[in-house]
Ligand binder design. Sequence first.
Ligand code: TYD
Ligand code: MG
Length: 449
Amino acid sequence: MRQTIQALASHHPGAEHVCAACGYTSPRWFGRCPECGEWSSARTSPASAPAPAITSLVHDGPPPQRMVTGMCELDRVLGGGLVAGSAILLAGEPGIGKSTLVLQLMDGVIGRGRRALLMTGEESVAQVALRGARLNVAADRFLVSASSSLEEVLAASLNQRPDVVVVDSVQTLRDDGLEGAAGSVLQVRECASTLVAHAKQTGTVVILVGHVTKEGAVAGPKALEHVVDAVLTLEGERDGSLRTLRVSKNRFGSCTETGVLKLGGSGLEPVEDPSAMMLADRLPGIPGSVVFPCLEGSRPVLVELQALLTPTPQAQPRRVAIGVDGRRLTLLLGVLSERCDESFHARDVFAAAAGGLAVREPAADMALSLALLSARSGTCIDQTTTAFGEVGLGGEIRRVPATRRRIDEALRMGFRTAIVPRGSERSSSGMEEISVGDIRDAWRACTGT
Ligand code: TYD
Ligand code: MG
Protein backbone atom coordinates (compact mmCIF):
# COMPACT_ATOMS: atom_id res chain seq x y z
CA MET A 1 0.00 0.00 0.00
CA ARG A 2 2.79 2.35 0.97
CA GLN A 3 4.47 1.80 -2.37
CA THR A 4 1.22 2.44 -4.18
CA ILE A 5 0.80 5.70 -2.33
CA GLN A 6 4.34 6.73 -3.09
CA ALA A 7 4.04 5.76 -6.73
CA LEU A 8 0.81 7.66 -7.07
CA ALA A 9 2.14 10.61 -5.20
CA SER A 10 5.10 10.81 -7.53
CA HIS A 11 2.71 10.89 -10.49
CA HIS A 12 0.82 13.71 -8.89
CA PRO A 13 3.50 15.92 -7.40
CA GLY A 14 1.03 18.67 -6.53
CA ALA A 15 -1.30 16.37 -4.55
CA GLU A 16 -1.32 16.71 -0.80
CA HIS A 17 -3.78 14.00 0.23
CA VAL A 18 -4.01 10.43 -0.97
CA CYS A 19 -6.65 7.81 -0.22
CA ALA A 20 -4.91 4.86 1.43
CA ALA A 21 -7.50 2.47 -0.02
CA CYS A 22 -7.73 3.39 -3.70
CA GLY A 23 -5.02 5.95 -4.32
CA TYR A 24 -7.36 8.82 -5.13
CA THR A 25 -5.54 12.12 -4.75
CA SER A 26 -6.84 15.54 -3.82
CA PRO A 27 -5.30 18.84 -2.80
CA ARG A 28 -7.97 19.03 -0.07
CA TRP A 29 -8.48 16.83 2.97
CA PHE A 30 -11.43 14.43 2.73
CA GLY A 31 -13.21 12.52 5.51
CA ARG A 32 -14.67 10.03 3.04
CA CYS A 33 -13.03 9.18 -0.26
CA PRO A 34 -15.22 10.47 -3.11
CA GLU A 35 -13.75 7.75 -5.36
CA CYS A 36 -14.14 4.53 -3.36
CA GLY A 37 -16.30 5.65 -0.44
CA GLU A 38 -13.81 4.58 2.28
CA TRP A 39 -13.96 6.58 5.52
CA SER A 40 -10.89 8.11 7.17
CA SER A 41 -8.55 6.89 4.45
CA ALA A 42 -6.97 10.24 3.61
CA ARG A 43 -3.19 10.37 4.22
CA THR A 44 -0.77 13.19 3.67
CA SER A 45 1.10 12.55 0.46
CA PRO A 46 4.77 11.71 1.08
CA ALA A 47 5.62 14.09 -1.74
CA SER A 48 4.28 17.06 0.18
CA ALA A 49 5.90 16.16 3.52
CA PRO A 50 9.23 17.91 4.16
CA ALA A 51 12.12 15.45 3.71
CA PRO A 52 14.34 14.96 6.75
CA ALA A 53 18.05 15.73 6.52
CA ILE A 54 19.99 12.67 5.40
CA THR A 55 23.67 12.15 6.23
CA SER A 56 26.12 9.29 6.15
CA LEU A 57 27.62 7.43 9.08
CA VAL A 58 30.87 9.39 8.93
CA HIS A 59 31.28 11.03 12.29
CA ASP A 60 34.05 13.54 12.68
CA GLY A 61 32.89 15.22 15.88
CA PRO A 62 34.71 14.71 19.16
CA PRO A 63 33.94 11.56 21.18
CA PRO A 64 31.31 12.05 23.90
CA GLN A 65 32.63 13.79 27.00
CA ARG A 66 32.77 11.53 30.01
CA MET A 67 32.34 12.55 33.61
CA VAL A 68 34.43 10.30 35.82
CA THR A 69 32.71 9.28 39.07
CA GLY A 70 35.82 7.95 40.79
CA MET A 71 34.06 4.65 41.56
CA CYS A 72 36.38 2.60 39.39
CA GLU A 73 34.05 -0.37 38.95
CA LEU A 74 31.17 1.90 37.94
CA ASP A 75 33.31 3.94 35.55
CA ARG A 76 34.57 0.77 33.91
CA VAL A 77 31.07 -0.66 33.51
CA LEU A 78 29.86 2.62 31.98
CA GLY A 79 32.73 2.62 29.50
CA GLY A 80 34.79 5.39 31.10
CA GLY A 81 32.29 7.52 33.03
CA LEU A 82 28.95 9.26 32.65
CA VAL A 83 28.16 10.76 29.24
CA ALA A 84 26.62 14.24 29.33
CA GLY A 85 22.96 14.23 28.37
CA SER A 86 22.53 10.52 28.92
CA ALA A 87 19.80 8.80 30.89
CA ILE A 88 20.73 5.80 32.99
CA LEU A 89 18.49 3.34 34.75
CA LEU A 90 19.93 1.74 37.88
CA ALA A 91 17.84 -1.31 38.67
CA GLY A 92 17.95 -3.77 41.52
CA GLU A 93 15.96 -5.47 44.23
CA PRO A 94 14.96 -3.43 47.25
CA GLY A 95 17.72 -3.29 49.84
CA ILE A 96 20.49 -4.32 47.46
CA GLY A 97 22.35 -0.99 47.73
CA LYS A 98 21.07 1.28 44.95
CA SER A 99 20.64 4.35 47.16
CA THR A 100 24.09 3.71 48.60
CA LEU A 101 25.60 3.49 45.11
CA VAL A 102 24.01 6.72 43.88
CA LEU A 103 25.13 8.60 46.97
CA GLN A 104 28.71 7.45 46.45
CA LEU A 105 28.48 8.27 42.75
CA MET A 106 27.26 11.78 43.54
CA ASP A 107 30.01 12.25 46.10
CA GLY A 108 32.52 11.22 43.44
CA VAL A 109 31.34 13.75 40.85
CA ILE A 110 30.95 16.47 43.51
CA GLY A 111 34.54 15.81 44.57
CA ARG A 112 35.55 16.51 40.97
CA GLY A 113 33.93 19.93 40.99
CA ARG A 114 30.54 19.01 39.53
CA ARG A 115 27.06 19.71 40.79
CA ALA A 116 24.77 16.82 41.68
CA LEU A 117 21.11 16.96 42.67
CA LEU A 118 19.25 14.17 44.44
CA MET A 119 15.47 14.07 44.27
CA THR A 120 14.41 11.55 46.88
CA GLY A 121 10.83 10.37 46.83
CA GLU A 122 11.44 7.33 48.93
CA GLU A 123 13.32 8.61 51.94
CA SER A 124 13.30 11.90 53.82
CA VAL A 125 16.26 14.27 53.55
CA ALA A 126 17.12 13.35 57.16
CA GLN A 127 17.32 9.67 56.28
CA VAL A 128 19.53 10.39 53.30
CA ALA A 129 21.70 12.60 55.51
CA LEU A 130 22.20 9.72 57.94
CA ARG A 131 23.32 7.44 55.16
CA GLY A 132 25.55 10.21 53.84
CA ALA A 133 27.22 10.56 57.23
CA ARG A 134 27.81 6.81 57.31
CA LEU A 135 29.39 7.00 53.90
CA ASN A 136 31.36 10.08 54.89
CA VAL A 137 30.30 12.08 51.86
CA ALA A 138 30.84 15.82 51.38
CA ALA A 139 27.36 16.49 52.78
CA ASP A 140 27.52 20.27 52.55
CA ARG A 141 27.92 20.21 48.78
CA PHE A 142 25.00 17.90 48.04
CA LEU A 143 21.84 19.35 46.52
CA VAL A 144 18.91 17.36 47.91
CA SER A 145 15.15 17.68 47.84
CA ALA A 146 12.46 15.31 49.04
CA SER A 147 9.97 15.32 46.22
CA SER A 148 8.15 12.84 44.09
CA SER A 149 6.52 15.24 41.69
CA LEU A 150 7.81 15.23 38.14
CA GLU A 151 7.12 18.92 37.83
CA GLU A 152 9.25 19.67 40.88
CA VAL A 153 12.07 17.46 39.67
CA LEU A 154 12.17 19.35 36.36
CA ALA A 155 11.88 22.72 38.07
CA ALA A 156 14.67 21.89 40.53
CA SER A 157 16.91 20.68 37.73
CA LEU A 158 16.30 23.76 35.56
CA ASN A 159 16.80 26.00 38.56
CA GLN A 160 19.95 24.41 39.98
CA ARG A 161 21.55 23.39 36.68
CA PRO A 162 23.29 20.32 38.07
CA ASP A 163 25.54 18.07 35.99
CA VAL A 164 23.85 14.99 37.41
CA VAL A 165 20.27 14.52 38.62
CA VAL A 166 19.38 11.36 40.52
CA VAL A 167 15.75 10.36 40.99
CA ASP A 168 15.34 7.77 43.77
CA SER A 169 13.12 6.10 42.83
CA VAL A 170 11.29 6.28 39.53
CA GLN A 171 8.45 4.27 41.07
CA THR A 172 7.61 7.07 43.49
CA LEU A 173 7.55 9.71 40.76
CA ARG A 174 4.23 11.17 39.66
CA ASP A 175 3.10 13.43 36.86
CA ASP A 176 -0.02 15.18 38.16
CA GLY A 177 -1.29 15.70 34.65
CA LEU A 178 -1.65 11.96 34.19
CA GLU A 179 -4.02 9.35 35.50
CA GLY A 180 -2.91 6.59 37.80
CA ALA A 181 -0.95 6.21 41.00
CA ALA A 182 2.83 6.59 41.22
CA GLY A 183 4.43 3.32 40.17
CA SER A 184 1.83 2.45 37.54
CA VAL A 185 3.19 1.56 34.12
CA LEU A 186 1.79 4.74 32.58
CA GLN A 187 3.24 7.03 35.26
CA VAL A 188 6.64 5.34 35.30
CA ARG A 189 6.99 5.36 31.55
CA GLU A 190 5.75 8.88 30.95
CA CYS A 191 7.78 10.40 33.80
CA ALA A 192 10.88 8.60 32.56
CA SER A 193 10.34 9.75 28.96
CA THR A 194 9.99 13.36 30.09
CA LEU A 195 13.20 13.12 32.13
CA VAL A 196 15.06 11.49 29.25
CA ALA A 197 13.99 14.38 27.00
CA HIS A 198 15.16 16.78 29.72
CA ALA A 199 18.55 15.05 29.78
CA LYS A 200 18.92 15.41 26.01
CA GLN A 201 17.83 19.04 25.96
CA THR A 202 19.99 20.25 28.82
CA GLY A 203 22.98 17.91 28.72
CA THR A 204 22.26 16.84 32.29
CA VAL A 205 22.96 13.23 33.22
CA VAL A 206 19.72 11.74 34.55
CA ILE A 207 19.97 8.67 36.74
CA LEU A 208 16.75 6.85 37.49
CA VAL A 209 16.73 4.35 40.33
CA GLY A 210 14.22 1.54 39.78
CA HIS A 211 13.19 -1.42 41.87
CA VAL A 212 12.82 -4.89 40.49
CA THR A 213 11.46 -7.89 42.31
CA LYS A 214 12.93 -11.38 42.16
CA GLU A 215 10.17 -12.38 39.73
CA GLY A 216 11.06 -9.63 37.29
CA ALA A 217 9.64 -6.17 37.35
CA VAL A 218 6.59 -4.45 38.72
CA ALA A 219 5.94 -1.48 36.44
CA GLY A 220 9.54 -0.51 36.44
CA PRO A 221 12.82 -1.31 34.79
CA LYS A 222 11.36 -3.55 32.08
CA ALA A 223 9.01 -0.81 30.93
CA LEU A 224 11.90 1.66 30.80
CA GLU A 225 14.70 -0.25 29.11
CA HIS A 226 13.95 1.11 25.67
CA VAL A 227 13.62 4.72 26.88
CA VAL A 228 17.02 5.11 28.55
CA ASP A 229 20.58 5.03 27.15
CA ALA A 230 22.00 2.56 29.64
CA VAL A 231 20.63 -0.02 32.05
CA LEU A 232 22.74 -1.01 35.02
CA THR A 233 21.66 -3.74 37.41
CA LEU A 234 23.00 -4.18 40.90
CA GLU A 235 22.73 -7.81 41.95
CA GLY A 236 23.72 -10.09 44.77
CA GLU A 237 22.40 -12.02 47.72
CA ARG A 238 20.95 -9.47 50.11
CA ASP A 239 22.35 -11.29 53.14
CA GLY A 240 25.84 -11.46 51.68
CA SER A 241 28.18 -8.59 50.97
CA LEU A 242 29.13 -9.31 47.36
CA ARG A 243 27.46 -7.24 44.66
CA THR A 244 27.82 -7.32 40.90
CA LEU A 245 27.06 -4.36 38.71
CA ARG A 246 26.03 -5.53 35.27
CA VAL A 247 25.19 -3.51 32.21
CA SER A 248 22.48 -4.92 29.98
CA LYS A 249 22.18 -1.97 27.62
CA ASN A 250 24.68 0.75 26.85
CA ARG A 251 24.40 3.17 23.96
CA PHE A 252 27.79 4.69 24.81
CA GLY A 253 29.90 1.66 25.57
CA SER A 254 30.09 -2.09 25.68
CA CYS A 255 27.64 -4.38 27.46
CA THR A 256 30.25 -6.91 28.45
CA GLU A 257 31.75 -5.30 31.54
CA THR A 258 30.74 -6.31 35.02
CA GLY A 259 31.77 -4.57 38.21
CA VAL A 260 32.43 -6.61 41.34
CA LEU A 261 31.79 -4.75 44.57
CA LYS A 262 31.58 -5.42 48.27
CA LEU A 263 28.99 -3.76 50.51
CA GLY A 264 30.69 -2.99 53.79
CA GLY A 265 30.38 -0.60 56.68
CA SER A 266 31.35 2.36 54.58
CA GLY A 267 29.44 1.58 51.45
CA LEU A 268 30.32 -0.18 48.22
CA GLU A 269 33.98 -0.81 47.57
CA PRO A 270 35.63 -2.39 44.56
CA VAL A 271 36.83 -5.95 44.95
CA GLU A 272 40.41 -5.91 43.68
CA ASP A 273 40.87 -9.67 43.37
CA PRO A 274 37.48 -11.38 43.08
CA SER A 275 39.00 -14.86 42.56
CA ALA A 276 41.00 -14.66 45.78
CA MET A 277 37.91 -13.49 47.64
CA MET A 278 35.72 -16.25 46.21
CA LEU A 279 38.21 -18.99 47.09
CA ALA A 280 39.31 -17.65 50.47
CA ASP A 281 37.04 -19.90 52.55
CA ARG A 282 37.39 -23.05 50.48
CA LEU A 283 37.87 -26.25 52.46
CA PRO A 284 40.17 -28.96 51.09
CA GLY A 285 39.17 -32.59 50.79
CA ILE A 286 35.41 -32.22 50.35
CA PRO A 287 33.63 -34.31 47.72
CA GLY A 288 31.31 -32.38 45.42
CA SER A 289 33.58 -29.39 44.92
CA VAL A 290 35.04 -28.15 41.62
CA VAL A 291 36.38 -24.70 40.83
CA PHE A 292 35.05 -23.08 37.66
CA PRO A 293 36.72 -20.10 35.94
CA CYS A 294 33.66 -17.99 35.29
CA LEU A 295 33.58 -14.94 33.01
CA GLU A 296 32.19 -11.87 34.72
CA GLY A 297 31.95 -9.55 31.79
CA SER A 298 35.37 -9.77 30.22
CA ARG A 299 37.03 -10.67 33.49
CA PRO A 300 37.61 -14.24 34.68
CA VAL A 301 36.68 -15.03 38.27
CA LEU A 302 37.23 -18.40 39.92
CA VAL A 303 34.14 -19.73 41.65
CA GLU A 304 33.76 -22.93 43.63
CA LEU A 305 30.77 -24.96 42.49
CA GLN A 306 29.45 -27.31 45.15
CA ALA A 307 27.08 -30.26 45.09
CA LEU A 308 25.56 -32.17 47.97
CA LEU A 309 23.34 -35.24 47.77
CA THR A 310 21.28 -36.52 50.66
CA PRO A 311 19.05 -39.60 50.72
CA THR A 312 15.34 -38.87 50.83
CA PRO A 313 12.27 -41.08 51.08
CA GLN A 314 10.26 -38.53 49.11
CA ALA A 315 8.88 -39.67 45.78
CA GLN A 316 9.83 -36.27 44.34
CA PRO A 317 13.30 -35.46 45.60
CA ARG A 318 14.26 -31.82 45.90
CA ARG A 319 16.55 -30.06 43.44
CA VAL A 320 17.84 -26.84 44.97
CA ALA A 321 20.03 -24.45 42.98
CA ILE A 322 21.64 -21.41 44.57
CA GLY A 323 23.74 -19.20 42.35
CA VAL A 324 23.47 -21.68 39.48
CA ASP A 325 20.65 -22.09 36.98
CA GLY A 326 18.01 -24.50 38.32
CA ARG A 327 16.94 -25.62 34.86
CA ARG A 328 20.50 -26.43 33.84
CA LEU A 329 20.93 -28.40 37.05
CA THR A 330 17.89 -30.52 36.17
CA LEU A 331 19.17 -30.94 32.63
CA LEU A 332 22.61 -32.03 33.81
CA LEU A 333 21.11 -34.54 36.25
CA GLY A 334 19.22 -36.01 33.31
CA VAL A 335 22.35 -36.18 31.16
CA LEU A 336 24.40 -37.79 33.96
CA SER A 337 21.71 -40.41 34.61
CA GLU A 338 21.50 -41.34 30.94
CA ARG A 339 25.12 -41.02 29.83
CA CYS A 340 27.03 -41.97 32.97
CA ASP A 341 24.58 -44.42 34.50
CA GLU A 342 24.53 -42.44 37.69
CA SER A 343 21.22 -42.42 39.42
CA PHE A 344 20.17 -39.39 41.40
CA HIS A 345 16.70 -40.57 42.29
CA ALA A 346 15.87 -41.02 45.96
CA ARG A 347 18.30 -38.18 46.67
CA ASP A 348 17.81 -34.52 47.30
CA VAL A 349 20.29 -32.56 45.19
CA PHE A 350 21.70 -29.23 46.30
CA ALA A 351 23.95 -27.25 44.00
CA ALA A 352 25.51 -23.89 44.78
CA ALA A 353 28.04 -21.37 43.61
CA ALA A 354 29.88 -20.58 46.84
CA GLY A 355 30.49 -16.96 47.78
CA GLY A 356 27.35 -15.29 46.47
CA LEU A 357 28.26 -14.88 42.81
CA ALA A 358 25.56 -15.97 40.37
CA VAL A 359 26.96 -18.20 37.63
CA ARG A 360 24.88 -18.20 34.48
CA GLU A 361 27.23 -19.37 31.78
CA PRO A 362 26.61 -22.76 30.14
CA ALA A 363 30.41 -23.03 30.41
CA ALA A 364 29.82 -24.00 34.04
CA ASP A 365 28.11 -27.26 32.98
CA MET A 366 31.18 -29.47 33.06
CA ALA A 367 32.41 -28.26 36.45
CA LEU A 368 28.93 -28.63 37.92
CA SER A 369 28.54 -32.11 36.42
CA LEU A 370 31.89 -33.17 37.87
CA ALA A 371 30.88 -31.77 41.27
CA LEU A 372 27.66 -33.83 41.08
CA LEU A 373 29.56 -36.99 40.10
CA SER A 374 32.08 -36.34 42.87
CA ALA A 375 29.30 -35.92 45.43
CA ARG A 376 27.55 -39.02 44.10
CA SER A 377 30.64 -41.20 44.42
CA GLY A 378 32.13 -39.56 47.51
CA THR A 379 35.41 -39.13 45.61
CA CYS A 380 37.24 -35.83 46.05
CA ILE A 381 38.52 -34.12 42.94
CA ASP A 382 42.07 -32.81 43.17
CA GLN A 383 41.99 -29.32 44.65
CA THR A 384 44.19 -27.78 41.99
CA THR A 385 42.03 -29.01 39.12
CA THR A 386 39.61 -26.71 37.34
CA ALA A 387 37.14 -27.45 34.56
CA PHE A 388 34.99 -25.60 32.05
CA GLY A 389 32.86 -26.49 29.05
CA GLU A 390 29.24 -26.74 28.04
CA VAL A 391 27.57 -30.14 28.32
CA GLY A 392 25.19 -31.16 25.53
CA LEU A 393 22.27 -33.56 25.88
CA GLY A 394 24.40 -36.34 24.42
CA GLY A 395 26.93 -35.87 27.20
CA GLU A 396 29.32 -34.23 24.73
CA ILE A 397 31.49 -31.34 25.91
CA ARG A 398 31.21 -28.21 23.80
CA ARG A 399 33.74 -25.44 23.41
CA VAL A 400 33.21 -22.11 25.17
CA PRO A 401 34.66 -18.60 24.70
CA ALA A 402 37.75 -17.15 26.37
CA THR A 403 39.70 -20.36 27.06
CA ARG A 404 42.96 -18.47 27.49
CA ARG A 405 41.66 -15.94 29.96
CA ARG A 406 40.09 -18.65 32.08
CA ILE A 407 43.25 -20.74 32.12
CA ASP A 408 45.54 -17.80 32.88
CA GLU A 409 43.40 -16.81 35.85
CA ALA A 410 43.35 -20.38 37.19
CA LEU A 411 47.11 -20.56 36.77
CA ARG A 412 47.54 -17.30 38.63
CA MET A 413 45.52 -18.73 41.51
CA GLY A 414 47.71 -21.82 41.73
CA PHE A 415 45.72 -24.34 39.71
CA ARG A 416 47.78 -26.96 37.89
CA THR A 417 45.31 -28.97 35.81
CA ALA A 418 42.49 -27.77 33.56
CA ILE A 419 39.93 -30.07 32.04
CA VAL A 420 38.88 -28.36 28.82
CA PRO A 421 36.67 -29.12 25.81
CA ARG A 422 38.40 -30.97 22.97
CA GLY A 423 39.50 -28.59 20.23
CA SER A 424 40.00 -25.62 22.57
CA GLU A 425 42.87 -23.31 21.76
CA ARG A 426 46.01 -24.61 23.48
CA SER A 427 48.43 -22.53 25.46
CA SER A 428 52.08 -22.71 26.30
CA SER A 429 51.39 -21.81 29.93
CA GLY A 430 52.38 -24.01 32.83
CA MET A 431 48.91 -25.54 33.01
CA GLU A 432 48.40 -29.22 32.30
CA GLU A 433 45.44 -29.20 29.94
CA ILE A 434 43.35 -32.33 29.50
CA SER A 435 41.06 -32.19 26.47
CA VAL A 436 37.88 -34.19 26.77
CA GLY A 437 35.11 -35.00 24.31
CA ASP A 438 32.37 -36.10 26.66
CA ILE A 439 31.45 -36.06 30.29
CA ARG A 440 32.60 -39.66 30.90
CA ASP A 441 36.11 -38.74 29.65
CA ALA A 442 36.06 -35.74 31.96
CA TRP A 443 35.18 -37.84 34.98
CA ARG A 444 37.90 -40.36 34.07
CA ALA A 445 40.40 -37.50 33.82
CA CYS A 446 39.46 -36.43 37.34
CA THR A 447 39.63 -39.85 38.91
CA GLY A 448 42.60 -41.14 36.93
CA THR A 449 40.69 -44.26 35.84
P1 TYD B 1 20.22 0.79 50.17
O1 TYD B 1 21.24 1.55 49.41
O2 TYD B 1 19.25 1.56 50.97
O3 TYD B 1 19.41 -0.18 49.20
P2 TYD B 1 18.32 0.13 48.08
O4 TYD B 1 18.34 1.58 47.79
O5 TYD B 1 18.73 -0.72 46.91
O6 TYD B 1 16.99 -0.33 48.60
O7 TYD B 1 21.05 -0.19 51.11
C1 TYD B 1 20.44 -1.26 51.69
C2 TYD B 1 21.33 -2.01 52.66
O8 TYD B 1 22.68 -1.67 52.61
C3 TYD B 1 20.89 -1.78 54.07
O9 TYD B 1 20.41 -3.02 54.55
C4 TYD B 1 22.10 -1.34 54.80
C5 TYD B 1 23.21 -1.69 53.91
N1 TYD B 1 24.35 -0.77 53.97
C6 TYD B 1 25.62 -1.25 54.23
O10 TYD B 1 25.83 -2.43 54.44
N2 TYD B 1 26.68 -0.37 54.28
C7 TYD B 1 26.51 0.95 54.08
O11 TYD B 1 27.50 1.70 54.12
C8 TYD B 1 25.19 1.44 53.81
C9 TYD B 1 24.93 2.89 53.60
C10 TYD B 1 24.14 0.55 53.76
MG1 MG C 1 16.82 2.96 48.14
